[in-house]
Design a binder for this molecule. Structure first.
Ligand code: FAD
Length: 376
């Protein structure tokens, strides 16, 4: 299906099913409510075909351009039917499964994620390992024709809801750094896994610590080859900065408009609003180009770090403007709308951390794109 046709037909379907798709809560809702809402919307959209467009037929998709997925997430976000950060896990993890899982496993699992029957999480970071991912220590050893995993992950988004985890493990020596890492696709109900949610400063248990104690993972759950986990990670990270960021842009656009509508007369400084709008449109223009490159089959890489830097700058600018224009709402008020402004403002501080920090993105841009020094 062509994008124009897809837009018209999807918009008509969304209008028609507005009542069934709408969230049953006002404001942001709790994380439990948001997750239930996400599952409902994905299920309805999958069963009507919309969640299947833009995905390969061999994983239950209906084919077509990745632009269709970009528009679907944009439309669902603009209508406030989903929270784009939660929706983004599909855009990040499904492509990795398609690229690296054995075909039978991908065909079995990906439709469950697309339909919202399952939630997946991404187990990369550890207590001593964030930016320096190549130093990860969560160990997997071969035993009984499969793997046994022991170690700890941290900041694992939505782990307490997840049925599966894309997990990076150390299978070589620690000195082997990025060469000794293997990616596994792990069932979260396997004996030996303990999940402890962590509350963020915006008051949501967004991520968790995850402990692995001699956890059995079958051989066929390896993603890519043994020792090739670094490639899995490096190919996954650009997906955090492509379609998912287009959806984030739609969210920021929506919230900026809502801010202008909600602010008392004179509360928004026009010059600051101009600067924020400029930042947001620069980010959207860059992300639009990335969507089109992805749709032509381009392999995304280090250049998506520019999208991430622009996104974080735009996100923080939008919600700093909200803090200036709606100080009571962001600081103290407890009605659902104010709670949402406060959450968005506090969560915007994380935009320069998750998916690779702003400093690391700038290192990548300087070293790999501008050739301004040695890459480590
Ligand atoms: C909301 C949220 C959700 C997340 N979800 C997940 C998830 O689902 N799965 C997952 O695996 N992880 C997740 N993370 C973790 C995230 O990937 C890490 O926080 C991030 O990679 C940074 O690692 P760190 O926290 O260990 O900080 P560190 O790497 O310790 O960095 C600390 C500071 O030092 C700076 N720094 C570090 N190295 C350099 C350098 N070489 N040059 C310049 N500055 C440097 C950093 O920029 C940062 O300012 C999430 C984080 C957040 C905030």
């Amino acid at each position: 299906m062509e994008l124009g046709d897809f837009r018209r037909r999807l918009d008509a379907w969304l209008d028609e099913h507005d009542g069934a798709l709408a969230p049953p809560y006002e404001g942001a809702g709790t994380l439990d409510e948001q997750m239930a809402q996400l599952q409902k919307v994905k299920r309805l959209a999958y069963d009507a075909g919309w969640m299947r467009w833009g995905w390969a037929e061999r994983v239950g998709g209906l084919g077509g351009s990745a632009l269709l997925r970009a528009y679907l997430g944009e439309a669902l976000t603009a209508r406030e039917l989903i929270e784009p950060g939660l929706f983004s896990m599909t855009e990040v993890l499904a492509p990795t499964m398609i690229d690296y899982a054995n075909p039978a496993l991908a065909a079995e699992m990906v439709p469950r994620l697309l339909r919202g029957d399952e939630t997946w999480c991404q187990g990369f970071s550890e207590p001593g390992t964030g930016s320096n991912l190549a130093s990860l220590a969560c160990r997997a050893v071969r035993r009984d024709g499969g793997w046994r995993v022991t170690g700890q992950k941290v900041w694992t988004s939505l782990a307490q809801y997840a049925q599966r985890c894309v997990l990076l493990t150390r299978t070589g020596t620690l000195e082997s750094a990025h060469r000794g890492i293997t990616a596994l696709f792990v069932d979260m109900d396997t004996p030996g896994i303990t999940v402890r949610p962590i509350e963020t400063m915006h008051g949501v248990e967004e991520f968790s610590e995850v402990f692995f104690d001699d956890v059995a993972v079958p051989e066929h759950r390896m993603l890519g080859a043994e020792g090739a986990g670094w490639s899995v990670a490096m190919d996954l990270l650009p997906y955090e900065r492509s379609t998912a960021l287009w959806h984030r842009a739609a969210y920021l656009h929506l919230r900026l408009q809502q801010l202008v509508d909600a602010a008392p007369p004179g509360a928004v400084d026009p010059a600051t609003l101009g600067e924020v709008t400029q930042l947001l449109y620069a980010f959207r223009a860059r992300s639009r180009a990335t969507q089109h490159r992805l749709a032509t089959g381009a392999h995304l890489g280090a250049e998506t770090s520019i999208d991430k830097v622009l996104m974080a700058s735009a996100e923080q600018a939008v919600f700093e403007l909200a803090a200036d224009a709606l100080p009571g709402a962001v600081a103290v008020a407890d009605d659902p709308r104010s709670v949402r402004w406060r959450r968005d403002y506090l969560f915007s501080r994380a935009a320069t951390i998750y998916g690779g920090t702003a400093e690391i993105q700038r290192n990548i841009i300087a070293r790999r794109l501008l050739d301004l020094g040695d890459d480590r």
